[in-house]
Design a protein around this ligand. Structure first.
Ligand code: 13P
Length: 254
């Protein structure tokens, strides 16, 4: 059975004190939530993973994710961070393939496929991001774009591996723009994604994978998006940077 997930991608924001404070606030604010099975994941920047992992401490409801990692085990890769390193500071998830990594750091599907394999070998779950640019949607290429991103980034995996994959559909035109996919557009894409996974593997694998939507999700639009049958939660940028909004999004999923 797939789970509901709200994940906060803090991107390159917040210093160490502000990161610890935000993690603390979230930890306090979720205490009053009715118990539900929604997974809560936060992804601070790399330097703050260790202090935030200490801050979160025993609060088992909050999981930590890194925003990126290198595909190699170790070696001469100045400035990079390995799966083993992030794993050793208490990180259990990693975001891979974010459109900002693809656009500004030249990440391609072939490298991403290697990163996915390395992450899984290190017993981490992968939040795999993909999504089309505005021009691709305007030319009605959004389905084929997403198909090739998933095909090239993930279809080397076996069925068992898919238990450790979370998908995040993030149309690039909706990220940080204030513009959101309509609930219908999100549902249409998520349903399509399950169809292609079902075609490659089987229905069970397609039904069991959590598919998050990302792109300007905020408390005012979350309920409508999250209520779509194939939307299992969100990967949140801006609205994840304060606890009130972030926890409102967790509530919106119930
Ligand atoms: P915004 O929620 O700020 O649009 O960012 C979405 C995102 O990129 C999450 O990874």
């Amino acid at each position: 059975m797939r789970t509901k997930i709200v994940a906060g991608n803090w991107k390159m924001n917040l210093d160490v004190d502000a990161s610890k404070q935000l993690a603390k606030d979230i930890s306090v604010d979720i205490q009053n939530l009715e118990t539900n099975n929604t997974r809560i994941i936060i992804a601070p920047t790399a330097t703050n993973l260790y202090p935030v992992s200490h801050q979160v401490g025993m609060d088992t409801r909050i999981e930590l994710a890194a925003q990126n990692m290198h595909q190699a085990k170790n070696g001469a890769f100045t400035g990079e961070i390995s799966a083993e390193m992030i794993r050793s500071v208490g990180v259990t998830n990693v975001i891979l393939g974010h459109s900002e990594r693809r656009a500004y750091f030249g990440e391609h599907n072939d490298t991403l496929a290697e990163k996915v394999t390395t992450a899984l070998q290190n017993k981490m779950e992968v939040i795999f991001c993909f999504g089309e640019h505005l021009k691709q949607r305007q030319k009605k290429l959004h389905f084929s774009t997403v198909l090739s991103q998933i095909n090239e980034g993930l279809f080397h995996l076996n069925k068992e591996d898919w238990k450790h994959i979370i998908l995040a559909y993030e149309p690039v035109w909706a990220i940080g723009t204030g513009e959101t996919a309509t609930p219908e557009q999100a549902q249409e894409m998520h349903e399509y994604i399950r169809t292609i996974i079902s075609g490659k593997y089987d229905k069970e694998t397609a039904q069991n994978v959590s598919i998050l939507y990302g792109g300007s999700v905020k408390p005012s639009n979350a309920k409508e998006i999250f209520s779509q049958a194939d939307v299992d939660g969100g990967l949140i940028g801006g609205a994840a940077l304060n606890s009130t909004d972030f926890v409102a999004l967790v509530k919106a999923i119930q």
